[in-house]
Design a protein around this ligand. Structure first.
Ligand SMILES: [Zn+2]
Length: 78
C-alpha cells in the first residue's frame, strides 16, 4: 500500500469503516512508515477534538490542512 492510499483510508480506519483486509494492510503499512504513523496520530487527535465539538464528519478544510502537513513532512524527510 502506498502512503497516498493510506491518507485516503485514514478517516475510514479511525471510524472503523475499513474491511478486515484493508485494515490489515493499513496496519502493516503504519508499522513500517513513520510519516503515516505521525499523520494518523494527528488525524486521531483532530477527530477527537472535532468529535467533541459536534457530531459531524471532519470538515474538508481540516482534512486539507492535515494533508498539507503530511506532504511537507514527506518533503523534508526524504
Ligand atoms: Zn506511509
Amino acid at each position: 500500500m502506498k502512503c497516498r492510499e493510506m491518507v485516503e483510508l485514514m478517516t475510514d480506519y479511525l471510524e472503523g469503516a475499513l474491511s478486515v483486509r484493508d485494515r490489515e494492510r493499513f496496519e502493516e503499512h503504519i508499522a513500517g512508515c513513520d510519516g503515516c504513523r505521525a499523520y494518523l496520530e494527528q488525524m486521531r487527535a483532530t477527530m477527537k477534538t472535532v468529535g467533541n465539538l459536534a457530531d459531524e464528519p471532519i470538515p474538508e478544510t481540516i482534512q486539507e490542512q492535515l494533508l498539507e502537513a503530511f506532504r511537507s513532512w514527506k518533503a523534508t524527510s526524504s
